[in-house]
Design a protein around this ligand. Structure first.
Ligand SMILES: NC(=O)c1ccc[n+]([C@@H]2O[C@H](COP(=O)([O-])OP(=O)(O)OC[C@H]3O[C@@H](n4cnc5c(N)ncnc54)[C@H](OP(=O)(O)O)[C@@H]3O)[C@@H](O)[C@H]2O)c1
Length: 322
């Protein structure tokens, strides 16, 4: 594993971290397989794990808690998220902070996550949605300062709404956050415009999420791909998006370097950017853990391939649509 600095925190995190949403409850998750995959990741030097209280209503946090207990001799970084109290993903502009992340509510969630993870201190506490307008009232700043002071959290960050990387720049500039988690991949390159320069300037760590665009950038989807009725991917890959994704992925196939996979190219694209601190692919199978750890070891992509991949930027319609 290769390691990078996690912003100004001084943590050394493996370039490939672990996305733990899928194992919390996507269809086809199997706890035994998930545990073996987590163990394989630790063996490959992965030390950053991203979960959330809402992933399987605590299930993903419990899996991480078990892993931490089994490796109490190692420095593993845990990142979890406070769900919005109104359960609205993404958040909506104009809804007051008090309805989504009031002090008492955030504190309650910290207690629940600590219990699930079996820890007294959460490594990185993130808010699971974000509006830059929430900076104004000062309540959140006080809550975060309190949690830091009493040792309930080591670091604080935000998980930005999908395709709204600009809606977090003010938070980065404010000094409140140690990290931002943002969708960044071969298609979604817009965080490079404003967010990454701000993070660079302020020493804020960047967590690149959905690096495989929820699966399209593995190259495995087809026009006939379907998921069971209650799987959220039916919504994300609604027919229009699925068709466009498959077409765009087909355009990437000739670019995959010989002897590697599209997923590995996608991860190396992200890691070729030094503004990224860690990429967190969702993984539930050992093969994927091994492939993704190997991708990090392969290092950055050659400049000519990077230049070619930049042309595949895809700005989705919801960008700045509000
Ligand atoms: N709002 C938020 O805060 C938010 C939203 C989305 C995601 N996230 C975080 O970001 C993480 C990553 O995003 P994601 O899991 O949604 O999507 P993703 O990482 O873009 O894609 C995950 C999919 O790719 C597959 N995969 C992984 N490595 C592969 C490989 N080498 N070859 C082929 N297939 C591979 C996984 O399969 P298997 O699962 O079967 O192994 C899974 O189906 C999440 O787990 C979560 O921690 C946060």
């Amino acid at each position: 594993m290769r390691y990078r600095s996690f912003g100004r925190n001084g943590w050394r995190v493996g370039e490939v971290g672990y996305g733990m949403w899928g194992m919390g409850g996507w269809t086809g998750s199997d706890d035994v397989q998930s545990r073996l995959s987590l163990e394989a990741a630790v063996a490959r030097g992965v030390n950053f794990f991203d979960t959330a209280q809402s992933y399987g209503d605590g299930h993903s946090e419990l899996l991480l808690g078990r892993l931490m207990a089994a490796h109490s001799d190692k420095r593993l970084y845990t990142a979890t998220k406070v769900p919005p109290r109104n359960r609205e993903w993404p958040s909506r502009q104009g809804v007051p902070l008090a309805e989504v992340f009031s002090r008492d509510y955030v504190r309650r969630c910290v207690d629940i996550s600590c219990a699930n993870l079996g820890v007294e201190t959460i490594g990185l506490l993130q808010l699971h949605v974000w509006e830059d307008d929430w900076l104004v009232d000062g309540d959140l700043q006080r809550t975060v300062a309190e949690l830091r002071k009493e040792g309930s959290i080591r670091a604080f960050g935000l998980s930005l709404n999908r395709w709204q990387p600009w809606n977090g720049v003010k938070a980065v500039q404010s000094g409140l956050v140690d990290s931002v988690q943002v969708v960044y991949n071969i298609f979604d390159q817009s965080p490079e415009d404003e967010l990454f320069p701000a993070c660079r300037e302020h020493g804020v760590a960047v967590i690149a999420r959905a690096p495989l665009d929820e699966g399209s950038l593995t190259g495995a989807l087809t026009l006939d791909s379907k998921w069971p009725a209650d799987d959220w991917r039916n919504g994300y890959f609604a027919p229009a998006n699925l068709a466009e994704s498959v077409k765009r992925v087909d355009g990437l196939r000739p670019l995959v370097p010989a002897g590697t996979t599209m997923a590995q190219m996608a991860l190396r694209f992200i890691l070729s950017n030094p503004d990224v601190s860690v990429v967190i692919p969702g993984m539930r199978r050992i093969e994927n853990v091994e492939m993704n750890a190997t991708a990090a070891e392969m290092g950055p992509l050659p400049p000519d391939l990077l230049a070619e991949l930049r042309k595949h930027r895809w700005d989705r319609p919801s960008i700045r649509s509000r």
